[in-house]
Design a protein around this ligand. Structure first.
Ligand code: TAP
Length: 487
């Protein structure tokens, strides 16, 4: 019997040939253009910027910097494509989204390597977390495209039109998927601006769209810095703004669109409490604390950056946590044994250092395991602060790095009060064996997502978003469609 998937080696029917599209090594071109109306093109004024590997500080490629004229061209292309795209039967749009999901899977190795090179995140995470979730998101929303009548927004809900989408650098491809998949499923067309420090995977995604035969203009990618994002948000030709990033920029965007007909959803910062009760299984909680704050170098909006530990187990828990932190390997993002990769940029590293120094200056006790950091690139050792009070900057401000602030509590009431004592409200974690306590806490925590006995778990079917200064609107699940439908 021969293996139909491996006609070249009938002698070994169990050896699978790689899919023709899979590439083990990513080929990065010396320069990339903007992706507008299905074509790559230079910026009108020829402006470019470099994207560097944060692990080595070496330039990876030169990328076109979109100005007002380019953004205008991209929005016009999306508008032109909108009529036909929105008129397609949902089942037809679904076919494109399924195709995109499958191509992402087939090219996942290439995309994971690219993401780790441009962002600095460990390959184990981009390979095992980011890429599978990207594909899952497209599969999930592909499934909705022909079922919009059942999404809970009435019969024949209509798409909004052209969506202007601006995303950050911490999960470049995953944030792109969170934005593009529901928008397209609902019949919108998009212009997306990736972050300045991580433009490459979005440009490779443009190639995925071409490979999937997606009609021209349905997806447009304009690379650049914050000024490109500001041009996009202010453009009169877009109907919807979807933004993920800092609370500061989110507020500026809300001011820009106020008084216009544009709809807006904002996914902003966080300062999540990870709350450990004295009956929690310590080893399991330690794993959750470690993944809560050190996953993706702590560049996670929902990171468990404040550990609230019940006073009676503080010493035991911190001993176990320090033991575990000593085993974390910091270094080359492409090494499969790496736990903590590079900090995404020199600016972000400076921000983390400033806040960590403030922690010390304000009287908290700083601890980090001994670890040799590479001599070039941007690195920060996993760090723990004890003796933190609620007034300290490290307990109030989002650090967006591998820095954990430890606070204590005695009663569940005190835990809730401390957890909610933040302008943010994106996520929280609870570690306890008592089911009734989980429910009691979850109903009192002002957080859009509450995990219990786990942390940083994501699923495309589950809506995600914040309260308070963490933004408004939900992404993911049926609720994620509402942001792109005229309901
Ligand atoms: P930002 O500085 O806010 O940047 C986000 C995006 O907005 C980038 O593409 C940025 O471009 C662009 N931008 C900057 N100024 C702009 C303006 N005036 N108008 C329009 N767009 C503008 O955030 P960041 O440093 O990339 O990301 C970190 C923040 O994102 C953290 O606070 C984190 O919590 C938050 N975040 C939230 C979530 C969710 S789901 N809530 C997820 C991930 C990250 P440039 O990069 O080119 O400057």
């Amino acid at each position: 019997m021969t293996n139909p998937t491996n006609p070249t080696n009938p002698a070994n029917p169990f050896e699978y040939a790689p899919a023709p599209e899979s590439r083990s090594v990513v080929e990065i071109a010396p320069s990339y253009g903007l992706f507008i109306d299905g074509e790559f093109a230079e910026a009108a004024d020829g402006k470019v910027f470099k994207t560097v590997s944060p692990a080595t500080e070496e330039s990876l490629s030169e990328v076109a910097h979109a100005g007002a004229e380019d953004v205008d061209r991209a929005v016009r292309a999306a508008r032109k494509a909108f009529g036909k795209w929105s008129a397609l039967p949902g089942a037809e749009r679904a076919k494109y989204l399924f195709r995109i999901a499958r191509i992402v899977q087939e090219r996942s190795r290439e995309l994971a390597v690219l993401e780790s090179l441009d962002n600095g995140k460990p390959i184990r995470e981009s390979r095992d977390v980011d890429l599978p979730l990207v594909a899952a998101h497209f599969f999930y929303y592909a499934g909705w495209a022909d079922k919009l009548d059942y999404a809970g927004y009435g019969r024949d809900p209509r798409p909004l039109g052209v969506a202007g989408q601006v995303i950050p650098w911490n999960f470049p491809l995953l944030m792109l998927a969170w934005k593009i998949a529901p928008a397209l499923a609902a019949g919108n067309t998009v212009v997306l601006k990736p972050a300045e420090t991580t433009p490459l995977s979005a440009l490779f995604f443009a190639d995925v769209c071409r490979q999937a035969g997606l009609p021209r203009g349905v997806v447009n990618i304009v690379t650049g810095d914050g000024s490109t994002g500001a041009e996009l948000v202010a453009h009169p030709g877009i109907d919807k703004v979807a933004f993920t990033g800092s609370t500061e920029v989110g507020k500026a965007i809300a001011r820009t669109v106020a008084g216009t007909e544009k709809k807006v959803t904002l996914e902003l910062g966080g300062k999540a409490a990870n709350i450990v009760f004295d009956d929690a299984p310590i080893d399991q909680a330690v794993e959750g604390i470690v993944s809560g704050i050190f996953f993706n170098q702590g560049h996670v909006c929902c990171a468990g950056s404040r550990l609230l530990v019940q006073e009676s187990i503080q010493d035991e828990l911190l001993d176990a946590l320090k033991r575990r932190m000593r085993t974390l390997r910091v270094g080359d993002p492409l090494d499969k044994n790496t736990d903590i990769g590079a900090i995404n940029s020199a600016e972000q590293l400076a921000r983390i250092r400033t806040l960590a120094d403030a922690g010390e200056a304000e009287g908290a006790e700083r601890w980090a395991p001994e670890c040799a950091l590479p001599s070039s690139g941007y690195w920060f050792a996993p760090t723990l602060f004890t003796g933190v009070t609620q007034a300290h900057r490290i307990a109030r401000e989002e650090i967006f790095g591998p820095v954990l602030s430890v606070l204590t509590f005695r009663t569940p009431q005190e835990a809730v009060a401390k957890a909610n004592n933040t302008p943010y409200g994106l996520s929280a974690g609870i570690w306890t064996e008592k089911g009734s306590r989980i429910l009691w806490m979850a109903s009192r925590l002002r957080a859009g997502v509450v995990w219990s006995n786990t942390f940083n778990k994501f699923d495309p079917a589950s809506p995600f978003g914040g309260y308070k200064e963490s933004g408004y609107g939900r992404e993911g699940g049926r609720h994620g469609l509402e942001a792109y439908l005229d309901v």
